[in-house]
Design a binder for this molecule. Sequence first.
Ligand code: G6P
Length: 610
Amino acid sequence: MCGIVGAVSQRDVEGILLEGLRRLEYRGYDSAGLATLNVDGEVTRARELGKVAALADILLTRPAPGPIGIAHTRWATHGEPSRINAHPHMSGERLAIVHNGIIENYQELREQLRSEGYEFTSQTDTEVVAHLIEKYYQQHGDLFKSVRSTLDQLRGAYALAVLHADEPDHLVVCRQGSPLVIGVGIGENFIASDQLALLPVTDRFMFLEEGDIADVRKDQVVIHDQEGNVVDRPITRFEHGHDAADKGEYRHFMLKEIHEQPAVIQATMAGRLTDSHVLEQALGTQAGQLLENVRHVQIIACGTSYHAGMVARYWIEELAGVPCSVEVASEFRYRKHVIQPDTLFLCISQSGETADTLAALRQAKKAGFRAALAICNVPGSSLVRESDLVIMTQAGPEIGVASTKAFTTQLTALLIFTLALARHNGLPEEKEAEIVQALKLVPGQVADVLALDQAIVEMSEAFVDKHHSLFLGRGSQFPVALEGALKLKEISYIHAEAYPAGELKHGPLALVDSEMPVVTVAPNNDLVEKLKSNLEEVRARGGQLFVFADRNADVKSEDGIHVLQIPSVHPITAPIVYTVPLQLLSYHVAVLKGTDVDQPRNLAKSVTVE
Ligand code: G6P
């Protein structure tokens, strides 16, 4: 949700912190701040409402020199977005702290600290932690010990980084439920919520485990686990290219990421398919054993990843003949479940850090689900580390808050998984070969759809002055319609709802008039004739239809129907291809409306709090 970054070096770290924040802005962006400790032992703090650029402006006139510092980009949970609620928070003039996460018992701690004379200047839960550490510092005179004593008092999920002017040579950092990574440099070390923040300064990383506390100095990092033992966490090298946080020739990250789809779908297939079948072992050495005798698949995810799960349900039931349930993580985690025997638990998450998805996974493990499979885009994320089997998507870092390439690579990975599972459940070899062939055509078909960009720009003009819209799809295209509607509302703020086209007559038809554009995806499958009747229902009520249709589906532009023809695709892979024009439509509507495409209001890329 929020992003934190820190550095302990021999050089001034202000620039490193600002660049780190810029790269973390996808996690939160209602305010930003940093605190550095200079060589005279003084803490300089700068905070500003708004984006990192606003903070950078302040630092131009009032720089924050010093070789050690912490910084934060915020997505408000406790207290409105404002300068006083922005991090770092301080206790007195000498202790500063940044925090990502939520302290659940902060009210009672706040009351207690108030009664002891501590004054609060913000409405945040974080300030409680600052005072608590300072209180213990009075007793221990040792920052590391004070942080440990404080953690014993906290309930919730957090990653913290703390500096103290009396101990000018180190940061103390910890993680419990929120991500934190240590970047290892030469004569300097760094910390951040995400490796991406630190790529300009290092490509070597240590991942803290749940409950770890680390003492980070310029030439040494010492990590203690929850029990207080000194532990080694392996150093791994970052795998992706360094230019991922760069927009290149594109106006927005979202557009860049939409255009990367042919390449990243290809990369997600690479090494996992022959001409005729899925290489099961490429999914992991235990894949064969874990996929044997699966009697039920339970998919858990949030947001766009949930829509990927909904598409996968159609595939899993159709191709593998295995019953499949899909549920959003925030619902799943708070209800009692009936666990069917031999259920494979499948979490889908771009970031691998979504709090609700992780909580659901941990609960499922306790409840005794058979095994946990993850489809994830971030190596080293909590989800990856806590699952039995992982299929990595190869989307590369996704910066735009509205997910695009993560979704289509998730679908690619899910179809590969489905074929592997289906092999254990009697899918004929020829059918597997047919779908593998179809999948291999997808990158080219997506590129063909991207070439329709100009026609989609023209279509988007009809949406700019609208307040509501409907998206329709049938079968596995219904989740595609849901995803299309989500994209439009996320970035253009136009209210968009998706329905299975057959449900139209049970309510939403009442809303249809000339002010309600109706977007429909119409591949040439066995439901296309039924879909055409649904379109007539809309047309008869004066609705304006915008249809993305297979060029052989015989849906033509006429009064009230604007058709954009899509190349013919296999019905199984159609959800991947048909997602792309809907992404472009939302993008162009948002650009015409002038909204903040990459960082839409009120949303965060990675939701690591509940
Ligand atoms: C946030 C993002 C969405 C994303 C969802 C789940 O809401 O804005 O784009 O789909 O989280 O994230 P995950 O990383 O678990 O896929």
